[in-house]
Write a protein that binds this ligand. Sequence first.
Ligand SMILES: Nc1nc2c(ncn2[C@@H]2O[C@H](COP(=O)(O)OP(=O)(O)OP(=O)(O)O)[C@@H](O)[C@H]2O)c(=O)[nH]1
Ligand SMILES: [Mg+2]
Length: 399
Amino acid sequence: MSEVTTPPSGPTPDNLPATGGAGVPDLTRAQIEGMFEDRLAEAFAALGCFNLAVFGKTGVGKSTLVNAIFGRDVARTGVGSPVTRGLVYYRHPDGFLGVYDSEGFETGTAGDAIVSGLRRLVAEHRTKAVDEQIHAAWYLVRWSDRRFERGQEQFVRELAALGLPVIVVLTQVPNRDGQVHPDALEFAQYIDQLGLPISPHGRVVLTNALPDPFTGSPVFGLQELLDDTYQVIPAAAEAALTAAQVLDIGRKKKAVAAIINQAVVVAAGVGATPIPFADAALLVPNQVTMIARITAAYGLPPSRSRALATAGSLVLTGGATMAGRYAVTSLLKVIPGGAIAGSAISATVAGALTKAVGHAWARVCEYALTMGDADRESFLSSPRVTELFLDFLKQSKSR
Ligand SMILES: Nc1nc2c(ncn2[C@@H]2O[C@H](COP(=O)(O)OP(=O)(O)OP(=O)(O)O)[C@@H](O)[C@H]2O)c(=O)[nH]1
Ligand SMILES: [Mg+2]
């Protein structure tokens, strides 16, 4: 460990050398970029994949519902492969979402074929890794059908018998002023009283996935469907679902807060023996890992990881860049004990710096999430990412 001194003529926060101090080897941008790409790949791999199976007659709204919750029509953007008759598996290019779509599905013979195909599939998957298994099934019923046939009932029972948690969803339900169409309610109650093995609470979830300007029906029920889905899936699939869904940003924030807290603990450990300013690069590997994990937790596309690595390394070229130095010097002024630290980074300062970096990056990711796919692509590969990150970092000083 480097010895801590506070020489009056030594480096002040504003005249630091551009590279690491005597005790720490310099990290070049290329090295950090490489580190970034590795950590991003690891972070995305660690998410695994959430696999959902979606069933229901043609036109019931399967694609629309998936689109509403995952922000993308997986069937259109993913690569499909027929897995069994009537069932196509779409793996989203981002890797953490897979959807089994029963396109144009009707009960009866087609339903039987799907069930026997599924039986084989589920048996095969049982011995495989968690992220290859089917984690939940949604069975969709269009409310306006007002009919729930024996074949549908049978199908739901068979899915459940395969060990799949089945959530039954009533789709395209009209609602006004917070009131659901009474006929839809009655229909839902009819299905409820059939005593089907419906997960997680034995009741149908009522939804409308698209606003209907004619009836004035707003979107509703999606959060409940998502919450129910979280309840039935294995813990190992939760991180991937959190990354994949775009409905509940709160869940993403929570996952990210946990990642930042872990990184803060690690940083405090690094700073337990205070580090001279010039050796702030010691904090970089931990911050790189944190940023990579935050990016993955938000579910930003790993296809842009090269651009992200560039942006990340730009802002993080350790204590050795403007960003790092800016944060160190400015944070010193606002952190309790920071001023006492003088020219060295203590555990407190290392933690606070890492926290500020984490929060600033989280805000960049959240900003990127508000964009459409095309805009996001170009934003993530533009210098805007770096600029915005620095802006947010500066704001953490004033907060
Ligand atoms: N208002 C409203 N319209 C919906 C909703 N869900 C689906 N639709 C409309 O219903 C039609 C069929 O929806 P899809 O999502 O394509 O149905 P699908 O189940 O994927 O159909 P297949 O792929 O043929 O099996 C589309 O025109 C949608 O716009 C909804 O929740 N509300
Ligand atoms: Mg469809």
